[in-house]
Ligand binder design. Structure first.
Ligand code: SAM
Length: 307
């Protein structure tokens, strides 16, 4: 089934012609409210039903699901999530959008609008206050200026999560999915892959949004792992090593990570640990898998030399 037909098959209340995401409806709505886009909020609204279909198909939403949307805008994706799922929690920072959302999504009692900066929310409290009783499916067209902070906030907060299906910059999607040895591989790849299994669901051209963003986009699906793929003694130390390893990616690991290791002879400790793991002294961070970084972190811990 093509993505748009899939989308239409999910509709219960609205017809295809009534979808906010249909370009002519979005334009009419923006005109009716005299809405002016705010660039600093990353406001690029999606106006392509085919792409909407790809997002909801990748997210695999059913009537039992609770969706969390970050940045509903005028409600284009929110409406589709409301049609397909049992409940939608939508967090929007721009207070000008709240009355527009309330008016246009009035038919959907199971949509809750929260006016807040998502990054400022204590997500454990948020889940308790909103009586979230199952792992959430996060589905959103993210504001690009804060993509990584949003994703890390979701993973690190302890919020029960099933998956994250989001529109991001194409380059960021590639970095999340990259493996060792590729130019896109880095701290973001390792952080995301520690928590989730990534897969790119679609590449999306600029003309699918108003206003058009300056970069290409992609939809990425991150399936939350039930357990991390590697066991490590100190997660925080692992991530400090990874961050240090990629801060200056042209440096060898011995030079880049020594600063993260608190030991009288940090450089020697890293050299020795790498040697014991079978790596050359000149190896760079981009060559190591997550499992290898975990072994390096544990080896440095064993020498009781972490900082
Ligand atoms: N979901 C809509 C769509 O697909 O057309 C709008 C997506 S637009 C790319 C990003 C949305 O995120 C905007 O509505 C913007 O106001 C909102 N936003 C930006 N920063 C935010 C933040 N810190 N917390 C919550 N929402 C935010």
């Amino acid at each position: 089934m093509n993505p748009k037909d899939y989308l239409v098959s999910l509709l219960h209340v609205a017809t295809e012609e009534q979808l906010i995401a249909a370009p002519k409806n979005t334009t009419a709505l923006l005109q009716r409210y005299g809405f002016q886009f705010k660039k600093q909020f990353g406001q690029n609204f999606l106006i392509d039903l085919h792409v909407m279909g790809k997002i909801v198909r990748a997210a695999q939403i059913g009537p039992e699901d609770v969706c969390l949307e970050i940045g509903p805008g005028i409600g284009s994706l929110t409406q589709i999530l409301a049609e397909a799922s049992g409940r939608v929690l939508a967090v929007e920072i721009d207070e000008r959008l709240i009355p527009i959302l309330q008016e246009n999504l009035a038919a959907y009692e199971h949509v809750e609008m929260i006016c807040a900066d998502f990054l400022e929310l204590d997500l454990t409290r948020f889940a308790a206050e909103h009586r979230v009783d199952r792992p959430l499916k996060v589905v959103a067209n993210l504001p690009y200026y804060i993509t990584t902070p949003i994703i890390m906030h979701l993973f690190e907060s302890g919020l029960p999560l099933d998956s994250i299906t989001v529109m991001v910059q194409e380059e960021v999607a590639r970095r999340m999915q990259a493996g060792p040895g590729s130019k896109d591989y880095g701290a973001l790849s390792l952080a995301v892959q520690y928590y989730a299994e990534p897969s790119i669901a679609a590449f999306v051209p600029q003309n699918c949004f108003i206003p058009r963003p300056g970069v290409g986009s992609a939809v990425i699906h991150l399936k939350r792992r039930s357990e991390p793929p590697v066991a490590v003694r100190d997660e925080a130390f692992l991530f400090s090593l990874i961050r240090a390893a990629f801060e200056q990616r042209r440096k060898t690991l011995v030079n880049s990570v020594s600063g993260a290791v608190r030991a009288p002879a940090a450089k020697e400790a890293v050299q020795k640990a790498l040697q014991n793991l079978g790596f050359s002294e000149t190896v760079r961070g981009e060559a190591l898998t997550l499992a290898e970084f975990a072994r390096l972190a544990d080896a440095l811990m064993e020498g009781d030399s972490h900082g």
